[in-house]
Structures are given as C-alpha cells and as structure tokens.
Design a protein around this ligand. Structure first.
Ligand code: PMP
Length: 354
C-alpha cells in the first residue's frame, strides 16, 4: 500500500477472481464459463463493429435495450445494460444501500457482495445457509435491509422458486430485493415476470454464461422504470459509455440467435446430469444443481487435496478455502470430452489414495 492510498481502504479485501492461467492449457472448469464459442452472429457483429471503434458507444444503448427487452418480454425502459452483471450489482449497492440501509445476503454466496459492501462502507448482515446449503428464506424475510440473493445460488447451484422470492419481496416492502440470475438459464425459473407486481424487485442477468460472452462483459438490470432510472443516474455519474461498441453489437447478435443459446443450455443440462451420476458413482456427494456447475465433496479426499491433484493433471476446478466450503470443489460443466477428462483424472487420483 502506498502512503497515498486512503486509509478508508486500509482493510479492504478485494474479490479474488478464479485463476485464468496463461502458462499452460488446462481443462478449465473453474470459472463457470461456457465450453461453447459465442454465436457466429455475435462474432460477426463484433468484427464489423470493430471498424467503428473511433466513435464512442451509444450511451443510451438504444438498440441493445430494445432487443433484450423484446427477448424477455418487458419494455426497453425496464432494462439497463452494464459492463458484466458485476457492474449492475455494484450500481445496486450504490443506489439502494447506505449506512442507514444495510445489505442482507446469505453467508455462503457470490463473493463479490461483501466486497462491494466493504468498498462502499455499507453495513451488512450475513444469513447462514441451512445445514443442507439451502437459503433460509424466513431469516431473509425477518432481517431489515436491501436483499441480495443469487438464484441459483453460488457456489451451491441450488435454486428456489419465484413464490419463495415473493415472500421476501412482501416482507421487504420498503427495501429493494436484488435477485442475481447469473445462472438462471440452466433450469431455474426466472423472477423477471414478477417485476410487473413488485416495484422493489431488481433482477440481474448476464451474457457471460449461457451466451458464452464472459470476455465481452455484458450484464443487465431488469426492473420497473423507476428503479432503472435510479440506476441510470448512478451509471451516468460514473461512466455513460460503460458498454463498449463491440460488446453491444455482439450482444444483439447473440439475442438474434436465441436457438443457439437454448441448444447450448440443453447440452449443459444433459452434461450436468451425466457428470452428477458419474461423480455419485465414484462416491461423491453432489449438491443438486440448477446451474452450469456442481458443488461436490469426495468421501476420502479433502477439497484442497483434490483441487491440487487435479491441477497437476491439467484440470482446473475451484476450491474455496472457507470453513463450511473447504471439503468441496466447484466444478464447471464443460463439454462431454472435458467431463470425461475430469472423471478419468478423478478415477486415477482415487486409486492412488486408496
Ligand atoms: N453473479 C454471480 C452469482 C456470479 O457467479 C457471477 C460470475 N462470477 C456474476 C454475478 C458476475 O458475472 P459477470 O460480471 O460476468 O456478468
């Protein structure tokens, strides 16, 4: 830390992203990316847009908003595009939390929530997940503050139905409830239709997972226009050009190729079921997932030991060194070939350990 860094950040612990190694090629099952390339239409649109990079991007993201709103069945004024969904989450912390309005989220969830809260000096309450890793909806209902809930949750993959979310929305009439649907396209039910009824609901989604665009950085907020306008005020006070031209074009290309997205999601769901059964046969505990990853525990090999043994064999998964998570690893659902490579490596590691 330099002597110029403000003391308010002295204890700030930044988010630690999953490894993106460059030194060798891994079977990369650690950051929940898609094993498929982006839609050819997205790629071609971005390529064409590259020729106009001398111009700023449209700060109103008009065409992108219109396309995305039509896709999900809302008005263009009810969506806002951001630089990945991390950015809309950050804007939500800025817009709807403060010293007098804490944040509330589960103790085991997306690791960025406490980072944003700490960065902005926002107090927060962490609601412990139950022993089976499900979200304690009653406790969320009873705790005052702006709610942040990943649904499906990370790193567990467990989703709760919209009627449970409605209980939280009704229990928090004077707070915003943010439902982070980064992984919703792999089998969970979206809360987007609920924005009609609930003025306090903000749904966030991303093109990083189901649309294979993690590197383009495109996310969305979806809510009634009054909440979107608040978020626009924040965005326009930070960076009105937050989504770049190539990403906007690629996003529109991806939306125009929805069949490609749906087909890829179906394959991921099939691969998830295949991987679940195969890991269970190998003795693993597999948390039932509705996301593009599995959270798994081996009966004999510790989480960290399995992570290292897989890494040595060229396979990257994600291990979280935290009390209730340390026995587990989070494994992204890759292609069939990647899953087979993972299973073969686990088989060998188990034999060595017996
Ligand atoms: N929410 C959750 C639960 C996530 O796991 C992620 C991915 N790390 C994000 C949001 C943010 O994704 P992105 O910024 O790529 O849209």
């Amino acid at each position: 830390m330099s002597r110029f860094f403000h003391t308010r950040y002295a204890n700030l612990k930044p988010y630690v992203p999953g490894e993106q190694p460059r030194e060798r090629t891994y079977v990369k099952l650690n950051t929940n990316e898609s094993p498929f390339p982006p839609s050819p239409r997205a790629v071609e649109a971005a390529r064409r847009e590259a020729e106009r990079l001398q111009l700023y991007s449209d700060p109103t993201a008009k065409f992108l908003h219109e396309c995305f709103a039509a896709l999900i069945g809302v008005d263009p004024g009810e969506v806002m595009a951001t630089n990945g969904s991390d950015e809309i989450l950050y804007f939500a912390f800025m817009a709807f939390c403060g010293k007098d309005r804490p944040a509330v989220f589960p103790d085991i969830t997306y690791g960025f929530y406490p980072v944003f809260a700490n960065l902005l000096g926002i107090p927060y309450t962490e609601i412990p997940l139950r022993a089976d890793f499900t979200v304690d909806v009653d406790a969320l209902c009873q705790t005052p503050g702006t709610v942040f809930l990943a649904n499906p949750n990370a790193p567990t993959g467990i989703a709760i139905p919209p009627r449970e979310i409605e209980r939280i929305l009704r229990a928090h009439p004077n707070d915003v409830v943010v439902i982070d649907e980064a992984y919703v396209d792999f089998g969970a039910e979206s809360c987007v239709p609920l924005i009609r009824q609930y003025e306090n609901l903000l749904v966030t989604q991303t093109f990083s997972k189901s649309r294979s665009m993690a590197g383009a950085r495109l996310g969305f907020g979806i809510a009634q226009a009054s909440l979107i306008n608040d978020l626009q005020t924040i965005r326009n006070s930070i960076n009105p050009y937050n989504v770049n031209r190539m990403t906007m074009a690629a996003g529109i290309g991806a939306i125009e190729d929805e069949t490609y997205t749906r087909k890829n999601c179906e394959i991921i769901v099939q691969n998830r079921e295949y991987c679940t059964h195969a890991l269970q046969k190998l003795g693993f505990t597999v948390i039932p997932s509705q996301a593009n990853f599995l959270f798994v525990r081996h009966p004999a090999i510790g989480g960290s030991a399995l992570y290292s043994a897989l890494r040595e064999r060229g396979i990257l998964v994600r291990h979280f060194d935290a009390p209730r998570l340390t026995d587990y690893n989070r494994i992204t659902i890759g292609s069939r070939a990647e899953i087979d490579a993972l299973l073969a490596a686990i088989q060998t590691i188990s034999e060595v350990n017996i």
